[in-house]
Structure formats: C-alpha cells, structure tokens
Write a protein that binds this ligand. Structure first.
Ligand SMILES: *Cc1c(COP(=O)(O)O)cnc(C)c1O
Length: 426
C-alpha cells in the first residue's frame, strides 16, 4: 500500500482511487463477489499486533494465549496457531474448534466460571495445558473428574484482584461485585485446599480484570496485588510455576489511546524485575487487541429515510451481525467505501433492518450517501462475528481474510437451509 493514504489509526486500510481497500484488496470488488454484509480481515494487522506482544516478551519465558472468543473463525485461529500462539478457551465448543484449527492442546488454557463436567472430561482427554478454575466448588468437581479419568488436572486459580479497570461495567471483571474468580482474601486458603487434592496439580495463578482497558495503571495495580499473593501462596508451601495476567488491552475505536503492548509490558516487566519475579513464566490472554482493528464489516445502504427529529440510514447489516452497539452502546467508526464529493453530508443514525429500536450501528453520523452505496463499519474484528446470531432468521455474514493482494473466503454466507437443518416442524 506504499504511497497510499491510510485511515488514521488503521494502517492496513487505505483509500486508493475511488475505493477503500484492506491491504491491497479493494472492498467494492469483494462486496460484488461475496455480497454484503461482509467481514473483511487483514492478516498483516493481526501479525503486527501479535509482534508488539512478542517484542514485549523478547528474552522472557512467556506464552501468548489468544482469547479466541474475540473471533473464533477457523481461518483466524489458523493465523495464530501458525504463529505459535496458545489459546484461551471458555467452552468445550471452543476447544473442538481450536483443535480443528491445528492448535497444540498443551498450549490451551480453559477459563470460565461455569465449566460443565462434560467439558472438563473433554479437556482432560485432549490434554490441555491448564484449567483456570474460578470457584472453590469447581476445584472439587475438577478433582473428581480428573481422578475418574486417572489424571491430574493442571490448575491455576483465577483471582479477583478487586481493581477497577476503568472500562464499561459490562466488561469489567476484576471488581468484588463481578461473578469472576476467587476473592483475593480467600486465595491462600483455596490454594492450600487445591494443593492437597490428589487429582490436581497446581501450576499457576491467573487474573483478568476487564476488557477495552486503555490505561496502564489498572494493570500495574493488579500485578502488585497478584505478586503479593504469589509470595503468600508460596510461603504457605504451594509453588507456582506461572503467572497468567489475562487479557483486556484496548484498541482505538474512537481516538482511544491504549498503551502499545510492548510499552505496557516494558512497564510490567520493570515491576516484575523489581520484585524478583522477572524469570517467572508469564502467560497472557489477549483477545480484542490481537484482532479488533484487523476487521471491518462492509454493508450496503438500503434506504435513506429523512425524519423530523432524526434521519435514518438503513443498511443491510444489523445488531445480529454487529452486536456491540446494542449490547454496550459501543462506538464503531463508519466510513463510505467510495467517497462522494458532490453529495451533501447529512446527519444520520445508521440502523439495521432488525425489529428492535436497539438495532443501531452508529448515531449522529455525518455521511454523504445514497441507496446502493457501501459503508465500512470499522474495528469489527473482535466480538462481532463471534457474537453474531440468527435473530430475525438472518443468515450470518461471510468472512474474507486478506493477505497482501490475496483474499480468501474463510466463511461462506450462511443460508436459510443451514438454519433450518437442526429443526423439525411437528
Ligand atoms: C474475554 C477474556 C479475555 C480476553 O479479553 P480481551 O479484552 O478481548 O483481551 C482473556 N481472558 C479471559 C478469562 C476472558 O474472559
């Protein structure tokens, strides 16, 4: 893309001639070939995002476990598996998916507050690297399941460090009032208990304080609290092989300025070194920051509808494709694929066809568009396709992975037959 002006904050998206392109592939041509709504991902952006973490971990004993719930499409998982990543999973379905993408089971860690017995059995059989357990009750069930299979389950206890990540309440996870993890005060007792169980092998400690975090200070606070606990737990006679520091680093949606992954880890390692933990094995579980700005969603304008209080720009993507605005009032930048210098810009709410007033993608956006034009909804690589639903019997969108000038369809558009396959009319 040399010599082509890229969009601010999106070095892999550029305007060339009359159309927007991802890496070297034009979006209007992709939309013509595959229809809309269409997710388009840049492989280079993912690898660059991963490289920032890898720089931060150079010379350290570390494993990056991509939190696959952010985007669990096989083609995306394959990119990270080929780059040597481990994976953070939260269900048996994700385990099956990531093994199908070629992940090494020993590099898979299993998080989540509600693992079922069947999921534990499946993960024990696969030989995953670590169960991140989240409650005292779960510890006992996992012990039983492991003994039944004649195994020792590798475990880490997720600690709730009670720090405020300063993000949206729905994506804060490390505060006392959240459902996640074991309370800081209970940690030593819980580790003593786990270490005494014959079906468990204590291997580490973990935390994950929230998502879309744009400051370093919550991480530094959480690290101090976790290191205090590591000292207390080891003083109680339970050695910890690794420290898993979770994910949560934010991305630029709307001029947000999260620290770069390498800069953040420079700060965190300075603290680890100062406290004598610089040689400890470190695991992390980034999701959004590895894929969020790699993706966008191309959608077609179906109608413009002027009104007394609001003008609506009705597009063919909806809350079932892009659920974040409806769920968390989240912001996505929306830009035209082809600019129209001769049309006046009008202020629109960009909305989808779903029968809900919550079905909006962007509010009060100044756009020069007409029916038939294409728009690109940016920052749509994380928590969009993986959260997509069939609400209103809408088919889930297709996905294309771009690398340089090549574009690969990694998911065909769903059909209504796909949706009806599991059902039966009496
Ligand atoms: C969702 C989640 C992550 C990833 O969070 P991001 O904000 O996408 O980086 C990591 N660890 C756990 C336990 C999670 O639930």
């Amino acid at each position: 893309m040399s010599g082509t002006p890229t969009l601010p904050g999106h070095p892999h998206i550029a305007r060339r001639g009359t159309t927007l392109q991802v890496e070297d592939v034009a979006l209007d041509a992709l939309a013509r070939e595959h229809g809309t709504p269409l997710f388009v991902y840049s492989k280079q952006w993912m690898l660059d995002a991963l490289a920032a973490y890898q720089r931060g971990f150079a010379g350290r004993d570390a494993l990056i476990c991509y939190a696959m719930k952010a985007n669990s499409s096989l083609g995306v998982l394959r990119v990270f598996a080929e780059a040597g990543c481990g994976f953070d999973i939260v269900s048996g379905g994700e385990l099956a998916r990531v093994l199908a993408a070629g992940a090494e089971p020993a590099k898979v860690i299993f998080s989540g507050v509600g693992k079922t017995r069947a999921e534990m059995r499946q993960a024990l059989t696969a030989g995953i690297g670590c169960f991140n357990v989240e409650s005292e009750a779960e510890i006992d069930v996992l012990n039983t399941m492991a003994l039944e299979q004649g195994q020792r389950a590798p475990v880490s206890v997720r600690i709730n460090p009670n720090v405020d990540p300063k993000t949206h309440p729905y994506i804060s996870t490390g505060l006392k009032g959240n459902k996640f993890g074991v309370a800081h005060d209970r940690a030593v007792a819980v580790y003593r208990h786990a270490a005494a169980l014959p079906g468990l092998q204590v291997v580490g400690i973990d935390c994950h304080i929230g998502s879309q975090i744009t400051e370093s200070s919550p991480y530094l606070d959480a690290l101090d609290r976790i290191l205090d606990l590591v000292q207390a737990i080891e003083a109680a006679g339970v050695p910890l092989h690794h420290i898993d520091f979770g994910g949560g680093l934010g991305i630029d949606y709307d001029g947000d300025t999260p620290p770069a992954a390498d800069a953040l880890w420079k700060q965190l390692f300075a603290r680890l070194d100062a406290r004598g933990f610089g040689d400890r094995r470190i695991l992390i579980e980034p999701g959004r920051s590895l894929v969020g700005n790699a993706g966008l969603c191309v959608t077609e304008v179906l109608y413009t509808k002027p009104g007394e209080e609001k003008n609506f720009c009705i597009v063919d993507a909806a809350m079932n494709d892009l659920p974040r605005p409806a769920m968390y009032q989240a912001f996505h930048r929306i830009v035209p694929v082809a600019e129209r210098p001769l049309l006046p810009a009008i202020r629109y709410d960009v909305v989808g066809p779903v029968c809900e007033s919550g079905d909006w993608l962007g509010r009060d956006r100044d756009l020069a568009v007409e029916a038939g034009d294409l728009l690109a909804v940016l920052s749509a690589g994380a928590y969009c396709m993986s959260m997509a639903s069939n609400y209103n019997t809408r088919a889930r969108a297709a996905e294309v992975l771009v690398s340089g000038a090549s574009a690969t369809l990694i998911r065909r558009r769903e059909t209504v037959e796909d949706q009806l396959r599991t059902e039966q009319a009496l």
